[in-house]
Design a binder for this molecule. Structure first.
Ligand SMILES: Nc1ncnc2c1ncn2[C@@H]1O[C@H](COP(=O)(O)OP(=O)(O)OP(=O)(O)O)[C@@H](O)[C@H]1O
Ligand SMILES: [Mg+2]
Length: 239
């Protein structure tokens, strides 16, 4: 499998969120929210984007406090953490403003636990007005809506959806090596079995590619695949 990012609909939606934030009119707030279930490709889409725009990317953790989160942002900026939170905030604001560096916070659900973390992110946004993008799971949209001051600054949203057949075809075309082609019927079988989850689709495509290579197939059909599982093992509890 190639190490590439397939330009599926969710990837394009992520790009659109960022473009709208970066090109927003005067007075329009600049926080974006990307959310959806596990394995739909949020981190992949955002990693691709922040690399292109020289953004700052951090992953929030369950154990984070404002201090530890800011220390990791400092680290991303190539600076040492400072003992005082306010000094770190000043430094981050200065760097983001001076170099127009957007901030991407993955696993942002963890910010909801601690008002101080969320308010620190809001302070950074208010002082820089550079786009800030939060990436989280399904629950984040609902939880953030109760934090009115933060919620009011969100102007762009993207909810990640399970891949459809067109997306799976784009994935196959982008990721499979040696020009291996797959019958759309088999891709649709994979899509259903994976529930449109990108993580499982990638595993399934890897197995299809392996079958093609082992049997020297250029085109893999449902008949070649048979009824073997696309991921996991055939182990079933109790059997
Ligand atoms: N656009 C894509 N192109 C190719 N592979 C992808 C793409 N999106 C996701 N994948 C594959 O799916 C896997 C899971 O994606 P990712 O980690 O981005 O999901 P996530 O939504 O961030 O999940 P979680 O909520 O668990 O963090 C990736 O490691 C990669 O193998
Ligand atoms: Mg992720």
């Amino acid at each position: 499998m190639k190490e590439a990012i397939a330009p599926v609909k969710n990837v394009i939606a992520t790009q659109d969120v960022f473009d709208s934030l970066a090109g927003r009119s005067y007075g329009v707030p600049g926080i974006g929210l990307i959310h959806g279930s596990t394995g739909l490709g949020k981190t992949t889409a955002v990693t691709h984007l922040f690399n292109q725009v020289n953004g700052i990317y951090v992953v929030a953790r369950a154990t984070d406090s404002a201090t530890s989160l800011l220390s990791r942002i400092m680290d991303e900026l190539g600076a040492d953490p400072m003992p005082r939170v306010s000094r770190m905030v000043d430094h981050i604001i200065e760097q983001m403003s001076m170099h127009e560096r957007s901030l991407f916070i993955d696993e942002a659900d963890h910010l909801m636990r601690d008002v101080r973390m969320l308010e620190t992110v809001r302070d950074i946004y208010d002082a820089t007005e550079v786009p800030v993008v939060l990436i989280g799971m399904d629950q984040i949209a609902r939880r953030i809506s109760s934090r009115k001051q933060f919620y009011n600054r969100i102007s762009e949203w993207a909810e990640f959806r399970p891949a459809d057949l067109e997306d799976v075809m784009i994935m196959a075309e982008t990721l499979l090596e040696d020009g291996i082609q797959v019958d759309p019927d088999l891709l649709d079988q994979l899509r259903k079995s994976a529930g449109g989850e990108m993580r499982r689709l990638a595993i399934g495509l890897g197995r299809i590619e392996k079958l093609a290579k082992t049997n020297e197939l250029d085109f893999v059909t449902c008949a070649h695949w048979g009824d073997q599982p696309f991921f996991g093992s055939s182990y079933r509890p109790g059997m």
